[in-house]
Design a protein around this ligand. Sequence first.
Ligand SMILES: [Zn+2]
Length: 200
Amino acid sequence: MVRPLNYPLEPHIRRHGPQGYTSHTSCQPWLRDEFAFRCIYCLTREQWFIKEGIFQTDHFVPQSISPEDRLNYDNLLYACVRCNEAKKNLLVPDPCEVAIHAYLHVDADGVIYAAHSNAERLIEILRLNSRSLVRYRRQIIKTMRLLENHNHALFVEWMKYPDDLPDLARLRPPFGNTRPTGIWQSYFAQREHGELPETY
Ligand SMILES: [Zn+2]
């Protein structure tokens, strides 16, 4: 069963490593694919919004603390505006390590429970259990469950990968790519090979 708001099972291991870009815009196609088109913190998906203006590049180590890492790909995350603004210039536990299913569990009512002190800190700092966010999650969970059982086509529309998957093989980062094999695991490549799941 596809669950709309379940955190990944495992810690995130980077698949891409573009080097030498001078703008965040150039990093965005890589980050979208890297983080499966959803916010690393709250799991909000591009497919649920018009993504322009909703998704941003987040600096794991804030620019105020480490300006030299402003365009270091390994310091960049894909996040929604709400989470990015809640984080501000704070140093938070690494979401690639703690935003996983073993540490963060979303119950049927949309409340997130933490099984690790760092995951708990992440919830607190980003206010992931604010009343409005819990209500939003509850609505998403209940609506998707209903659609899955009664309107499969509409369920797929909400739970599929975006149509505009970035073709990373066509991109040329100025200083190359430290993880070139990741391109063949990209969602675009999976779709080309007929291996992209219908929903996720
Ligand atoms: Zn978010």
